[in-house]
Write a protein that binds this ligand. Sequence first.
Ligand SMILES: Cc1ncc(COP(=O)(O)O)c(C=O)c1O
Length: 403
Amino acid sequence: MLDITKIKKDFPVLENNSNLTYLDSAASSLKHRKVIQALDNYYEKIGVNVHRGVYKLSYQATDLYEEARSKIAKFINSDFEEVIFTRGASQALNLVASSYGEDFIFAGDEVITTELEHHSSCLPWIRICNKKKATLKYVPLNQEGRITVEAFKSVLSEKTKVVAITHVSNVMGYITPIKEIIRLAHSVGAVVILDAAQSVPHMKIDVKDLDCDFLAFSGHKMLGPTGIGVLYGKRKLLEKMQPIEFGGDMADLVLKDNATYKDIPYKFEAGTPIIAEAIGLGVACECLEEYGMENISNHEHRLCQLAMKLLANVDGVTVFNKTCETGVIAFNIDGVHPHDAASVFDKNDVCIRAGHHCAQLITRWLGQVSTLRASFYLYNTEEDVFKFVNTVIEARDFFRQFM
Ligand SMILES: Cc1ncc(COP(=O)(O)O)c(C=O)c1O
């Protein structure tokens, strides 16, 4: 069991905003004190570039940067060279589509995705498929809006070359039955790109056990800094892929009309890297490991179930996800625009999200233009759940007067 009173002290934003009920961690989590200290430490005591400097401070910066890569590799059980630093999950997913998609997708090939995707997962493949005259197929969602193995089988074919799929939906919180999907995709020779932006922060991820080909996530959703993310890729795939950005630090030999590039991961990290933030993300992984990923998922699952149970007794509220599989609740107050409802939450210092959550396909599938989303994480308490549900009731009652 997590000691939440103690955990809250690890997050300065909670200390500095004592009345805050933060239920928007699916967008961005709060930052751990040790992460902030790691950034401060780098900027105050080191502050110089990596890899190229031939002096002690630069060696220290390089050590910290590459140590961070090791920590992240350990966190997801990959090899060191398979961790590429990016600006976030979006850049990681775009990197794969631009590099792998450009060179290995041809007219007539098929790519599978789903309506549960965040735009960062599906848009790069919509572009590649249009450009390459490949066919983009969508897994039909079941009545609850889930991806099932059976539905996946119905779109899989010998022509499938890529599966671009979410591990956990950022709107519905559903967990994709990914191991079986990966196994089936591999049986026809397709590669699987897993958008793990909503799973890596909340559950133990082992890329070897999953056997995914690529996996993308963001630091800012897992106690870490903004502006840093990771693309994991299997070594044999990364080695045959071309870089998509060219410049400093990624070239090996440069001639007037040609060049060779460094080995992975460096050929994909052109320019001065995101040094402080990478170091911060390494620390965030250690913090998460210390709390225990299983403890975290159990805790947020328990809070989410409590919220869902309480909301089930509140009339005039529609909850869109049928079960709590992670810490996410997607809902609307009937007849009230989500942005209007959100203002009541803000008045009570309850931070939730209103909008299409960069997932217009599932929002449209739900028959909505936008939804409200509350998302729980390790620093939330039962009191947060009660305050959230009371605010739902308050918002409903307030807007009912005008209906
Ligand atoms: C499922 C999912 N994929 C991708 C992203 C994109 O992450 P980022 O904005 O950090 O690049 C998000 C962020 O909300 C997400 O929830």
